[in-house]
Design a protein around this ligand. Sequence first.
Ligand SMILES: [Fe+2]
Length: 663
Amino acid sequence: MPNSSSHEPKFPEACMAVSRQELVGLELRVHGGEIPKDLYGHVFIMGPVGTVGSRTEGLFYPGGTGASLYNGDGMVYRIDFDQKSKVSVNSRIVKTPCYYADLETTPGSKYANLSFFNLGMGRLSPVLGLRNELNTAFLPFKFLQDENWRMLVTWDAGRPYEIDPVSLETITPIGWNREWTEQILVWKTDPYPYVFGLNLTTAHPVFDVHTDQLFMVNWSRSLNTLQAPIIRHQINTLFKGDQIKKLEKTFRLFSQAASFLLRSESKDFVYLMCWDGSNQDIKKWQIVDSDGNSIKIEQSMHQMGLTRDYIVLMDTSFKFGIEQLIYDTVPNNQGIEDYRDILNYPQAPDTSLYLIRRADLKLDATAVKAKRVDIPREIAHFMTDYENPDGCITLHCAHNNGWDPAEWIHDYDAPADQPEKPIGHRFVGMTTGTTDINHLGKYVIEVESGQIRRKSILNDPRYTWATAIGTFNNTVLSAEHEDIYWISWGCWKELMTDFIHDLYASYKYRRIKLEEIKKISEEGKPSSLCRLNTKTMTITDGYQFPSGYFGNSPQFIPRSGSTSSSTDGYILCLVLFDELKSELWIFDAANLSNGPVCKLDHPDLKFGLTIHSTWIPSARSRVPGYYIPVDEDYITLINKQAPEVRDEIQELFQQVIYPNFSK
Ligand SMILES: [Fe+2]
């Protein structure tokens, strides 16, 4: 058993600390250098900040519920570099209609019987439905008729909304409720729809500035597709270990789970949606396989891609299944580990892509065929070159080998090196660590044949541990990517649980033995930032954060007057350390290894675990245009509610929700 050492890197508790306080013009202190004079524009950073039940400041869920940190309202931070020798921050929570419903239905309130509670990675009101928390990413876009940059806020489980880039107010969803089809939830047995239904989508929709089209997806899983990976995993593991005991336990728990699951009437579908910015209904095509059947998504569609002639869809490795929702439904978590053993499974080791010809997206078509291509190893994030010469697309990705960001630490988890000792509450909710070294990859795929023409993958023991998020100049469509900057979260002893260690023990593409990984996590691998040159597929520059520091949410900022070179700019990173420290570090993109050129901080900054970011050159107030009136959007759903709650729901909308939205 390893001895604790004062030199051992400690995962910073600052990752767990966040403030729900909205900031107005908070001027940051500069230290460790000077603000570069050619830094300009506005960086937007997104992060979950707990819910209405959390403290205003401090830990997400003190004394907690065991929910994932990804379950929380989205806080939009805008970092302004448009004032001379001064950098300031504004922030605002994304406030959808369900946010106001959550706020006004807390226990003890007038509408308490409609209240929400945490459900693992989601937040549910048994009467109203699931929160659309919009806490993951942005999409800046500008249609031909727009003079200014506009901004979407997104996540995987709800309609995207447009925000005002200046006031940061939440303005309108994209698509009416009637234009989105919800995932039927397994426990929903009555005939009344939720007013806040679960609309599965992608957290990374795409915008084509050349054709003035914004693409999204709306998808759902059938019960069979939901169960398939659970059953596969059980068959693979059933006869390992103590067979008789395991067999008995499996049948008992699986029959309980099946009686719960079999109520579902959900279907498999994937709709590709295309919005042209107008008030017309959004065009939709069902995506089908070569036999005309809907494609089936087992895990998620976290990211999609765009090229000149193709749309790239993917079954991404951020798995979202029933096991991500059940944890908080069992009183005192009694026997919850047994359910997790049965319902949970490792993410798929291979990744399925679905490639769609844009020429097939005709206005009169309702279904479009996709070509399926399978790539070895997991992918959650990727970029595509816009150009696709000779019918070949180029895809750049991070492979999350044996790293499952959809798993998080629970109260009852134990460290991998001390399985008999519960881990404690300090990091409950934090994503678990990686169980293997990750890879960076590049694939050239001929779409018509589905053949992978060229591929290159690499790993680096300094830089590819839990490789999380990549960045590049996001306001232009890169004809061919050249340099991509990847941040990796590192390998931390505190995030290596006994459960995740066992779940990935038989990982198909294991590069480093699990025993070795355990040792590496005990010694620790720091967070890092690296620059990948995609032409040579080599890491040409990099920086390892100091021991105990956590780097996250990297963002490329082009230098003012930049030549559009992929290294002519800066990389902003969010850096967390100690118990409460949140700083912004700025690197010269052409010289990461020299360390940050300056650091910015303020005692009121508490970012916690943020996710994605973006950059726009200028922020102007939104010009009124596309807008879905909240009352017209919800009236049909309200009228369909059960008679015993309909009047109360209608009053909630009229008294609380509608007054917060006016055109
Ligand atoms: Fe993402």
